[in-house]
Design a protein around this ligand. Sequence first.
Ligand code: GDP
Ligand code: MN
Length: 385
Amino acid sequence: MKIHEYQAKELFRTFGVPVPDGGVAFSVEEAVDIAKGLGAYPVVVKAQIHAGGRGKGGGVKLAASEAEAKDHAGDILGMTLVTHQTGPEGRLVKKLLVEAGQEIAKELYLSILVDRATAGIVIMASQEGGMDIEEVAAKTPEKIIKVRVDPLTGIQGYHLREVGFGLELPTAALRGFSTLLKNLYTLFVKNDCSLLEINPLILTKDDKVMALDAKVDIDSNALFRHRSLLEYRDLDEEDPLEVEASKFNLNYINLDGNVGNIVNGAGLAMATMDIIKNAGAEPANFMDVGGGATAEMVENALRIILMDEKVKAVLINIFGGILRCDVFAQGVVAAAQKTGITIPVVVRMEGTNVERGKEILAASGLNLINAVDLKDAAEKVAAAI
Ligand code: GDP
Ligand code: MN
């Protein structure tokens, strides 16, 4: 689960990681009130969306006066912000973070990630902070320091020194940096984060370190033990069809193609997407209704896929194991009767109670295209579009 910068900074404050003073605003008036309350200029007005690269896209602006803060807030709030992370369609800005502007002596980069390769945690840091860290990673990877931490023994003094010395911090800043990194590591582990990134982490003229930006992703599978973090979920920032699917425990990811597919089992879903591509078509989604799906889940799965306007044909690929074919067929018929199917639907079904399932589909009067095997199914759906 992604969270907003202002929410990440709330967490930072709780864990003793220095951030600028500021607050979140949902209107221009609120933004101006926060600016006034900060008591000094410049203030920074920042778009709050679940994507980075806002600075380059015009979503981060410094204001030297109250009038300027008002102008910037008016410009950014309600704009469709396009960055390299939003895609060309951009994101509508619905909230702002208004913060005390900082004097920057140096912009650094700092992140903590789960490293699958070593089954551990890795801290990454660089003196080349600011907006172009992707370019640093691509062109000069030697400028990125990587320090691995064993989660069983946790972060130790030598890890902190390795990163601090690697960043060539002035001696006066080292103590503050060590405390910051240690607290950040604790925040990361305690909240089951999968990613934590500060770009830029700044060094001020008086040798203090502070997080000017904050990106935190939380492992969704751990949210059951972080009920309070669930309040940070922002449905405005999520794909509406994915939000709808999550209500029914469907594993659904919206993609770019035009062949919708419904499959039971994640492995079978991956294989089905492959055969769709092999047949020269593009999958519109990943949809795993799960091994033990009910007729209602199948019904909702089909309804959600049919809501997707880019879907021009559907491939249903079911192996009846725990989910019996007759139960599945009932779900398809119920969805078809409620939603109405106006596009070609190819069905490949095998396994427990397949004969009964085929009877139900045949008796329904639905215009379905039957396939004998996987290859046949993929070819028929590719031909149908
Ligand atoms: P991003 O572009 O989405 O990553 O947003 P950031 O929060 O990183 O802001 C982009 C850039 O704005 C930073 O790299 C800074 O250079 C600049 N910036 C943000 N806050 C301040 C501030 O308080 N003072 C100054 N001088 N620059 C700032
Ligand atoms: Mn940034």
